[in-house]
Design a protein around this ligand. Structure first.
Ligand code: PEP
Length: 249
């Protein structure tokens, strides 16, 4: 049976002082339970400080992006080795905000995914359709293209990734996919994973749901057979709501 994995994406929120306060509250309120893992992904500037607070706790550290190259002339970018040095075990890749606001493509997400795996980071690879795409019944096509494009040529490492299905129309809007809508896409992703890496690998991959997951809808979403956790935005910015979602898991 797959475990549940709840990760918080703090986006461009929290100064170092605010991040330390939130991480401290999470650490003191978190009680590790078998079968449930948790991580937080602060902005780059707060990774070091949050990592120090979380040391010795079961809450893991992740980043929100990285560059695919090992080092070099890439002003403003951060490499996998730099994230590892600060104690990161996860990195979010291809979030819809990166795809729509910063021009990321399946190809660049794929390069980053390969680089993260090679460095020993677990990528949380995001996919999801827009509202127009859902309304025009393009969801399966879009998800298929994103999964095959972002996860090409991972070889035997397919089972080392996490996928986040995040319908773009549900991110930060208060609109949530119904448990049935989310499960339908998660089941499709699982089938695509079988085609990419075989049944055994596909069954191991954790597929998170993201998009206005809150304490009051988490339990129902997380009880779907292919929903293995959540990638949480807004509700991850307060200790009580993030801890409540972990408890629901
Ligand atoms: C996200 O951006 O990854 C996300 C799921 O945000 P929210 O929970 O605020 O919808």
């Amino acid at each position: 049976m797959r475990s549940k994995f709840i990760a918080g994406n703090w986006k461009m929120n929290k100064t170092v002082a605010d991040a330390v306060a939130l991480a401290t509250a999470l650490k003191s309120g978190f009680s590790a339970k078998p079968g449930v893992a948790a991580a937080v992904c602060p902005p780059f500037t707060a990774l070091d400080a949050v990592g120090k607070v979380l040391k010795g706790s079961a809450i893991a550290l992740g980043a929100q992006n990285m560059h695919a190259s090992k080092d070099g002339a890439f002003t403003g970018e951060v490499a996998a080795s730099m994230l590892l040095e600060l104690g990161c075990s996860y990195v979010i890749l291809g979030h819809s905000e990166r795809r729509t606001l910063f021009g990321e493509t399946d190809k660049s997400v794929n390069e980053k995914t390969q680089a993260a795996l090679a460095a020993g980071l677990t990528p949380i690879v995001c996919v999801g359709e827009t509202l127009e795409q859902r309304k025009s019944e393009q969801t399966s096509r879009v998800i298929t293209e994103q999964v095959f494009g972002s996860l090409a040529e991972l070889g035997g490492s397919l089972d080392k990734i996490v996928i986040a299905y995040e319908p773009v129309w549900a991110i930060g809007t208060g609109l949530t996919a119904s448990p049935a809508q989310a499960q339908e896409v998660h089941a499709l992703i699982r089938k695509l994973l079988v085609r990419l890496g075989g049944e055994a690998a596909a069954q191991k991959v954790l597929i998170q749901y993201g998009g206005s997951m809150k304490p009051d809808n988490a339990r129902e979403l997380l009880s779907q057979p292919d929903i293995d956790g959540g990638l949480i935005g807004g509700a991850a910015l307060k200790a009580d709501s993030f801890l409540a979602i972990i408890n629901a898991a």
